[in-house]
Design a protein around this ligand. Structure first.
Ligand SMILES: Nc1nc2c(ncn2[C@@H]2O[C@H](COP(=O)(O)OP(=O)(O)OP(=O)(O)O)[C@@H](O)[C@H]2O)c(=O)[nH]1
Ligand SMILES: [Zn+2]
Length: 204
């Protein structure tokens, strides 16, 4: 998916991911545009660091989150209730300003006959979060991925996050949470199931 190839400067960060000159030049241009001097000592390694940091922030492009849901276990006999992972911390970046989105996600599903290792729900979250996002799409992608791969009776995803583009710039408004939810299956169709899962999530 990465379309940038080409020259690499000699790398004095041996062992680290090399960053193409085109990427480093873009960061230097941005530093100049911001009003600083990319040739001053403190900024000399910054373009390569920023290139590597963005590869890490956007590591989700190199993975298919659905793969985390391929290994399932037979449901423990007699358990036919909601499975919920609550308040999982995550970070992402908004596609409008490339500013940080920091928050928590709660992910629940009502299994049929198979359950997934619980860490995998967090892995799906991070796989989609480590891309450029808007919160609504992030919420919907997680729910859809679980719906299509686990075939549960219901899925509910609630995300609460703060957007750096609202705090550090623009409207400069701090302490405001954006809350989004996506419910599918019984959590969408049955009001009492929805009420129960949202209440378990702390959003009752
Ligand atoms: N719905 C939604 N909006 C977002 C998200 N992240 C950032 N935004 C908003 O995206 C909008 C982009 O609006 P524009 O008017 O194109 O950009 P802007 O001039 O930088 O807007 P301001 O942030 O109001 O200064 C802003 O209102 C942001 O608050 C998100 O995840 N979901
Ligand atoms: Zn933004």
């Amino acid at each position: 998916m990465n379309a940038i190839h080409g020259d690499f400067q000699s790398d004095h960060d041996a062992g680290k991911l090399p960053v193409p000159n085109a990427v480093q030049d873009a960061v230097r241009t941005l530093l100049r545009w911001a009003g600083d001097d990319p040739d001053r000592e403190g900024l000399l390694d910054t373009p390569a660091r920023v290139g590597r940091a963005w590869k890490e922030y956007c590591s989700g492009y190199d993975e298919d989150p659905a793969l985390h849901l391929q290994r399932t276990f037979e449901e423990v006999a007699g358990y036919d209730e909601v499975v919920l992972l609550r308040d999982i911390p995550f970070h992402s970046h908004c596609e409008h300003h490339l500013a940080p989105i920091v928050g928590t996600a709660s992910i629940a599903y009502l299994p049929t006959d198979r359950v997934v290792g619980i860490s995998k729900l967090a892995r799906v979250l991070h796989g989609f979060a480590h891309r450029l996002q808007i919160q609504e799409r992030l919420t919907a992608q997680i729910a859809q991925c679980i719906w299509e791969n686990l075939h549960p009776l219901g899925v509910a995803v609630v995300i609460k996050a703060q957007h750096g583009c609202m705090t550090g710039r623009g409207v400069r408004t701090h302490g405001v949470d954006m809350i989004t939810s996506k419910v599918l299956g019984c959590f969408r169709d049955d009001p009492s199931s929805r009420k129960e899962v949202l209440s378990l999530m702390g959003h009752g």
